[in-house]
Each structure stands twice: as C-alpha cells, then as structure tokens.
Design a binder for this molecule. Sequence first.
Ligand SMILES: [Zn+2]
Ligand SMILES: [Zn+2]
Length: 453
Amino acid sequence: MSEAAVAAAVKCAYPGCDGDAGAARGAGHCGKCLRPLRICGDCGAANQSLALFCRRCAKEVKYSGFGAAALGPDVLAGAFSRSPKVTLFGQTFACAPAVFGGFVWALSSTGELWRFTPASTLDPKGGRVASQCSLGAGFGDSPMALGHFPGRGGVRVPLVLAISEGAIKAWNLVTGESPYIVAESGAGRFWASMSAKDDERYVGVVCHGARVFALYSGKEEGVALFSAGTEGGNTWRGEIGKGPIAGPLVIDDRVCCYSQDTVYWEDEGTVKSQKLGAGIVRLIVSPREAPGFQRPAGAFPWVLAPRGAYLPAQSDGRYGLAWVRFSNGRPVCQVIRLEPDSSYSQAADGRLLVCKRGCLMLYEDGGGAPQFDDQQMSPSGVEFFDDPLYLYLASVAGGKVLRASVGRSFSRDEQIPRARGAVTMVRCANAGGAFVLPFFDAGLDIGVATWLL
Ligand SMILES: [Zn+2]
Ligand SMILES: [Zn+2]
C-alpha cells in the first residue's frame, strides 16, 4: 500500500472530511464531522459505519456500537445535561424504527424507507431526515430486518429486508440501486402485517444465514414456514398446519415460529414441533388475545437473547414472558410472571429489561436480579439500560418526565414526552457523535430526540 493510501486510512472515511480518525478510536465517530465510523480492530483504519470490510486491510470489521459504557460517565453526563434536539420524520409509521450503523432507519406505512443522520457538522444531510427508496404499497406493516446479509453475488452487504403480502424485497443501504424482489407469494400470500386492519398476528420477515424466512398461506393449505435465498430463488416451504401462528424468529440459531401451545422449528429442511406443558403456559400469538399486554411499540413482542428467547405468554391468568431455549435439541420453557403494572424491553447488551414500579430488573438465561431502583420510576415499556446510563419515565408532581441517570451521581429530567403528546419511545442508541432516542408521537409519526456528545 502506498504512503498516501496509509495516510488516507487514518483520516475520516467520509468524502469531504479530513478529520483525524485516531481521535475517533474510543468514541466511534469522527471528531470533526461527527459521522459514525467503524474502526478496524486489525489495522486501525477508519471505515464508514455501514462498511463490513476494512478499506485498508480488507478484513471484516466488527461494529462495536460504542455503547454508553465505552463513552464514560463524564461524556454521558455532559451530553444529557443539555436538552435534546427533536426531529420529526413527517410521515406515518406502523413499525418502530431501527438504529443500524449509526443511523436511524424507518419504513413508513406507504413503503418508503427513511434515514436520519443524527449528527454531522460537514454533511449537509446531518441532523436531517432523507428518503432512501420506495419499496411500494403493502410494505411497512411489520418490522423490517436490517443487517449485513448475503446480497446479490453472495457477498455480505448492508441490506434491509421487508415483506408485503405479495413479496419480500431487499435494498442495499449504500449502493443506491433499486430494491429487488427476493421472493413472490404467487397464488398464496405472506403473513406480513401486524396492523389492526389485518389479522393482527405477530408476523414478519427474518434473515438467518443466507436465507430469509416468513410465514406463508397457500390457497388450500394451512400455514407454512417459507424461505428463500437472500439473493432470490431457491425457495422452500414446510407445512405447519392450521391455526394462529406467530413468527418467524430465531431462537438459539434455529428458525422458529409458535402457536399458543407449540413451538415449531426448521431442522435440515423439515419442520419439527414440540408441545409445551399443557395449561402451564399459553403463548400469545396476536395482540387481540391479550388486551392490555404491553409489548414494545411497533416491534415484535419477543426479546431475543444469545441462548434463547423471551416470548409473550399467559400463565394462570397473568401475563408474563416464557423463556424458551433449546436443550438436547428440543425447546424447553420457563415462565417469568410480570406484575400487572410492569413493562419490558431489551437492554443494550441484549438482556431482558423488566421495569416494575420503582425498580429495573435484568434477566439473563431466564433468571432476574434487581439492577436499579428509583421510587419515582414508572413502567412504560421504553426503559433503556446501558450501564452506567439509565433512561426511563418518572412520575413527578407535574406529570411524567423522561429521566436520564448516569449511575447514581447524575440525573436529569426532560419534558420531551409531554411536549409531543402521547409519546412511545422505541430504543436509545449511540449513533455517531450523538445519543438518539427514536419515538412515536401521538399521530404515529416518528421523531428522534438527539443529544450531541
Ligand atoms: Zn469526518
Ligand atoms: Zn483493517
């Protein structure tokens, strides 16, 4: 490699910026333009945050995400001591946005994909919402899948996958090419909507390895687990049967779906099933059968952990979460009951976060322990935990406020939720020079509260 190329790789990876990437190593973003960077663990080069392979040494670069712990308490307390900037997308959304590669992505109810760049001092799109592509009508009623998946040519690229009744489509997040069809439903249809106007089941599309999975109904048959290669073609269908089914989701490296009493999973081209202990637990397949059960807004109701998944469930007339994992090749289940006034979400490290009045609990492998208490803490389903940063709603004399706590030494209340009407927060994340908190406003628009670091 030439000296010029080596010099270029320690500079910021975005065109038009000559920021020193060395300063970005501990923070995950360029200190000059604030855009998110991926720092190569092997050679130290700075790469654009959506790149998977290093531009200098060509090795795969892990995107660490640079959570709150990496930033340090002083940086966090500094950021959260200021009021956030609030940006609204100005569209209507049924599904929650996702934070990926340092950007906020959202698929609107009209099938249009939007991107929010949280912070940039040089990029004219910084701090702005921009339309990326249109997938068409029918997309946007169930969560999209975002990740580095094998695209055309089999190479892993940053892709969004989304589903409608008629098709599964993919779009490369960086090349700007038109979206392409991964699979079409033909005479049948895909289960693609979690919207109240349809049958309201927890359904959507997932990617596992080089394949996409969805639920499918033909004209005559019952529900089937469907899959296709992420490049398109090579389709497969495995019959599940009649009755309400939710999924698919990946539990411990297996593609699964479930009915009220049975877990199904794909195993080398066949569908296997296992009934759960009758009467002990009933899995919740659709929101209709569980009025009052609060899942994280606009998202799948399950929480995926490294060795299993927490599925919404009822047990002895109470709502809870069933911790489902595989043991000796078969699913086993254990129920965590939720107190009536409680909510759940996922912590930044993947663990299950349960908020009951006054206390945040963290669960790992089905077992929970209290993590943080605050008598004013009020369960809302949007609690965020990334040690030492806690975000949650607190009940104070004037109503509810968003409280940011950095360990026990700093806390600050913000009025954002009230200023924007009935707001449901989605997930907080560090996204290149900023902390972002996407939320739904009362009109089902999406907004992002941004705290610059
Ligand atoms: Zn830069
Ligand atoms: Zn490298």
